[in-house]
Design a binder for this molecule. Structure first.
Ligand code: ZN
Ligand code: ZN
Ligand code: ZN
Ligand code: ZN
Ligand code: ZN
Length: 251
């Protein structure tokens, strides 16, 4: 049976209810952003991802086969997540090896395979081609991070880069949940060149014309699916903004 009410030791005074959120929320466990259903206390504006509220004591991940990952509510500073490369600020799964691996609870639970319309994306720690957002195989600090890669190998996005895309726009106020304002927001958004295609890709576009258009149409579909896989399925106003965000992401 699905758990819809929950008492969490980090929020002892009130019962948390599983509800979907109209605006993106910041999880009070892992401090990462989320869309869609979460455990929340409306009185206190307290939110937990399902993955954070229902974390198990220990877990495994097929991309970190030799690691037993133990759930911790806090860790010492300077840790980053092996999947998304972002800092660990709260709840985390960490292995017991000397050079420990870390995974945010949501990153541990990232969908391993996304099935789209005629294509399949796999979560991978190796990239056959450059990420379509940053045009690189590494994300930063020499970290490779994990990516979603299509079976043909042509479509590849870092989990980190998709997170950045959404976070930048969240910080810029495009996800403020003011539904009346969504059309104004999305038209602003469309004016922004959020992720200008790399020179290489632009050149490819000049040469290939309609093939390039098809390429970018699929790339946008891929991106939208990855956003849902990372942040949860967007509903209502969030879905509209995600749509606009993805549409303005390429030429
Ligand atoms: Zn969380
Ligand atoms: Zn409360
Ligand atoms: Zn390990
Ligand atoms: Zn992560
Ligand atoms: Zn990237």
């Amino acid at each position: 049976m699905k758990i819809t009410e929950f008492e969490h030791p980090n929020h002892p005074d009130h019962i948390l209810m599983l509800k979907s959120s109209d605006v993106p929320y910041k999880c009070d466990g892992c401090k990462e952003l989320g869309f869609g259903p979460c455990f929340k206390c409306e009185d206190c504006n307290f939110h937990l991802h399902e993955e954070c509220a229902l974390a198990s004591k220990s877990s495994y991940h097929p991309l970190l086969k030799r690691c037993e990952l133990r759930f911790c509510e806090e860790t010492y500073g300077g840790r980053y997540c092996d999947a998304c490369g972002k800092d660990v600020m709260g709840f985390v799964y960490q292995c017991t090896h000397d050079n420990a691996h870390d995974l945010h609870p949501c990153c541990l639970k990232l969908q391993r395979i996304i099935i789209g319309d005629g294509f399949e994306l796999r979560l991978s720690d190796k990239v056959p081609s450059k990420c379509l957002k940053c045009n690189s195989k590494e994300i930063s600090r020499g970290i490779k991070g994990w990516s979603y890669v299509s079976s043909c190998g042509e479509y590849c996005y870092h989990v980190a880069c998709v997170k950045d895309l959404v976070l930048e726009n969240w910080r810029n106020g495009y996800f403020n949940g003011d539904n009346d304002n969504i059309s104004a927001q999305t038209s602003n958004l469309a004016l922004l060149q959020i992720a200008s295609p790399s020179n290489e890709v632009a050149q490819r576009g000049d040469r290939l014309g309609s093939k390039a258009k098809k390429f970018w149409r699929i790339a946008k579909m891929v991106l939208k699916l990855i956003i849902s896989a990372i942040f949860g399925d967007p509903t209502g106003g969030i879905a509209i903004i995600v749509e606009a965000l993805v549409s303005s992401t390429s030429a």
